[in-house]
Design a protein around this ligand. Structure first.
Ligand SMILES: Nc1ncnc2c1ncn2[C@@H]1O[C@H](COP(=O)(O)OP(=O)(O)OP(=O)(O)O)[C@@H](O)[C@H]1O
Ligand SMILES: [Mg+2]
Length: 251
């Protein structure tokens, strides 16, 4: 289970994020980037953040630490900005928090060279989860302490928006031509050799166990949250075995 903390102060919105994530302080004295259940994209975005973030971390990629943040919607009352107030009021209960990487800078391909090995691992991982949000226009990669960090995994696993058709969706190839790391000659074959064997049933059970139960409840077609957890795991397990042959758009 992810660590659970409670918001003590809403600091400021991060205006560059489409979903209006906020910077908050919590009762463990941590500073977090908070993503709200009440945001337009809904709780599946947060499920995707947890599954992808916890999987990437276990594959040795750098992802800021994740927590669940409890929010008392009363906090919204003191917020002058209408949009922020609405978001806070609509997001009572468990939200997602991510360790704030203070003074991290956005990845710039011209200023930060990436090895074919590291590029390959990230492209392979993005193909596995079907990430459409790592393009050169919007890389969702941060440079912090001289290393690359992965953020923003909300737009992944498109199949969880349509479980009856999930298998077909998961068989689709991954188009990496716009990927922020495509110019670095990503070694996806090497990445697949190193990472695919790590994506086991046990590892995926561990990863999906981290999804807060309240974000899984009530999914049509599923008896209980654990059944839904298994569906996430099965998709990724099947995809891990074949995805390297279905990455298009890189040489
Ligand atoms: N853990 C973090 N540490 C430091 N800065 C962060 C962190 N997470 C996000 N940011 C900053 O906030 C911005 C918005 O975050 P993120 O991309 O996750 O939000 P989003 O609403 O999903 O964005 P998008 O507009 O890409 O859909 C990032 O581009 C980055 O500048
Ligand atoms: Mg983003």
């Amino acid at each position: 289970m992810l660590k659970e903390v409670t918001v003590t102060r809403y600091i400021t919105p991060l205006r560059e994020g489409g979903s209006l994530p906020g910077l908050v302080e919590a009762d463990d004295l941590g500073t977090y980037v908070m993503k709200f259940t009440g945001a337009g994209q809904g709780r599946k975005t947060l499920v995707a953040e947890v599954v992808c973030g916890e999987l990437a971390r276990r594959l040795g990629l750098r992802v800021p630490g994740l927590v669940t943040i409890d929010l008392d919607p009363v906090l919204g009352l003191g917020e002058p900005d209408q949009e922020v107030q609405g978001l806070l009021k609509a997001s009572g209960g468990a939200n997602l928090g991510m360790d704030f990487l203070s003074r991290a800078i956005g990845f710039d391909a011209l200023a930060f060279p990436v090895s074919p090995e590291e590029a390959g691992r990230i492209v392979w991982f993005d193909a596995l989860v079907g990430n459409v949000d790592r393009s050169w226009r919007n890389p969702n990669l941060l440079v912090w302490h001289g290393d690359l960090w992965l953020i923003d995994h909300g737009a992944t696993m498109i199949w969880h928006h349509n479980w009856p058709g999930a298998r077909t969706l998961a068989e689709r190839p991954y188009d990496a031509s716009d990927h922020a790391l495509a110019p670095f000659g990503p070694d996806v074959a090497g990445a697949a050799d190193a990472l695919a064997p790590l994506v086991t049933e046990d590892l995926l059970a561990e990863v999906t166990a981290e999804i807060p139960e309240v974000w899984l409840a009530g999914e049509p077609g599923f008896g209980d949250p654990d059944e839904l957890r298994r569906a996430y795991a099965e998709q990724l397990l099947a995809r891990a075995a074949v995805i390297h042959e279905r990455i298009e758009g890189i040489t």
